[in-house]
Design a protein around this ligand. Structure first.
Ligand code: MRU
Length: 368
């Protein structure tokens, strides 16, 4: 996607040295654009845990390249033992996003087919690249399928802008390119369909205000930033035609874990008959867990992310300020689970499917 009219992905191999992976430091966006080099597994772990990179797809792609870095770091004579340890270190960084373990396991399985350490390292590089390319391709396909929903509403409204509400950032910054929830929006915009996006600011990390608003601005898509609690009011007054969100893990029964606050949006959408769609590549499906509410692990992050806010001061400097009284206890649940019954449908790379066990397994007979 575009940054100042120049196309970027969110992760790539250093053009002069493929053993180095480069990423955009998302902690600094939108006010500073900084590219960071990742060389060893520790760099990757910090980048994922401290959210230099975030979003399910990008976490998966980063884990793919991290496993290549791990393969380079493993001792030749203890390769199997070392790679297992690196895999465990990586999977412990963020518990909710399914793409993390999916990418690590895909790398382990791929490397398992190599006969020599050299071969395993080569396979790890090819697999990392394949994971990233596939993520971008699947997101593009999500856009091609999802645009039909927007097109249909646009026709019903005689070309009036389609108002879409999204939560958090399930845009290209959360993936390798295009994004999941935003891909149908970008596709609609390319086709000349008028759209307008309500952007939830998404406390505490403000992925909506900092990242989604920036992405949409760079792509020239009309949007309006709203406080997190605004969606219900807008829906009651007919100001939202469609909700599209992303997901960090979706059970094969259709329950969706996504950024904290998604469940409340789904309840409001349900109460107001607003269609509520979730966009995801198949790498985000969990093919084992049946009950998302009880069994998806929910990450709890440092309470300081709630108590302090960072932004650009009037002096043009990045500043962090404390909001509540000092030492206020805070609980930072990072995700919640929206049960399948509140979801109108899932937009995947294979098409749009009901959030329902039978429908999902019929679309993905090869996966379970
Ligand atoms: O904590 P994050 O920023 O890694 O959370 C991921 C998200 O941005 C959202 O939950 C998003 O809507 C999911 S789409 C990858």
């Amino acid at each position: 996607m575009l940054i100042k009219s120049k196309p970027y992905r969110t992760i790539w191999s250093h053009p002069g040295d493929p053993t180095i992976t480069q990423i955009i430091d998302q902690r600094k966006l939108p006010h500073e654009f900084i590219i960071v080099d990742l060389a060893v597994v520790d760099d990757f772990c910090v980048a994922i845990k401290d959210m230099y990179v975030r979003g399910a797809g990008l976490i998966g792609a980063t884990a793919g390249f991290a496993m290549y870095a791990a393969a380079l770091q493993c001792r030749d004579d203890h390769f199997a033992e070392d790679i297992e340890q690196f895999a465990q270190l990586l999977t412990a960084t963020r518990p909710t996003a399914k793409n993390l373990t999916w990418a690590v396991n895909r790398q382990l399985a791929a490397m398992g087919t190599g006969n020599t350490v050299l071969e395993k390292r080569e396979i790890a590089f090819t697999t990392a690249t394949a994971i990233a390319d596939e993520d971008a391709r699947f997101c593009k396909q999500i856009g091609e399928h999802g645009v039909s929903l927007i097109r249909e509403i646009s026709q019903r409204k005689n070309g009036e802008p389609v108002n879409i509400l999204t939560h958090c950032n399930a845009g290209w910054l959360a993936f390798v390119d295009y994004g999941s929830a935003t891909a149908p929006i970008y596709q609609a915009n390319n086709e000349g369909i008028a759209v307008h996006v309500w952007v939830d600011e998404t406390r505490p990390w403000l992925q909506g205000a900092r990242l989604t608003a920036w992405e949409l601005k760079e792509e020239g898509i009309p949007h309006t930033l709203i406080a997190d609690n605004t969606g219900g009011h807008l829906m009651q007054h007919g100001m939202v035609d469609l909700v599209i969100v992303g997901t960090d893990r979706t059970t094969f029964t259709g329950d969706v874990a996504n950024k904290i606050g998604t469940y409340l949006k789904a309840l409001a959408a349900h109460d107001n008959n607003v269609p509520f769609y979730v966009a995801l590549p198949s790498s985000t499906f969990d093919w084992q867990i049946e009950d998302g509410v009880t069994d998806i692990p929910i990450e709890k992050r440092d309470g300081d992310e709630i108590n302090r806010v960072t932004g650009l001061s009037d002096r043009g400097e990045m500043e962090t300020v404390l909001i509540p009284p000092e030492n206020t206890p805070s609980a930072n649940y990072s995700f919640d689970v929206t049960p399948a019954r509140l979801i109108t449908g899932l937009i995947t790379e294979r098409g749009i499917v009901d959030a329902d066990r039978d429908a999902i397994l019929q679309m993905y007979p090869d996966k379970r």
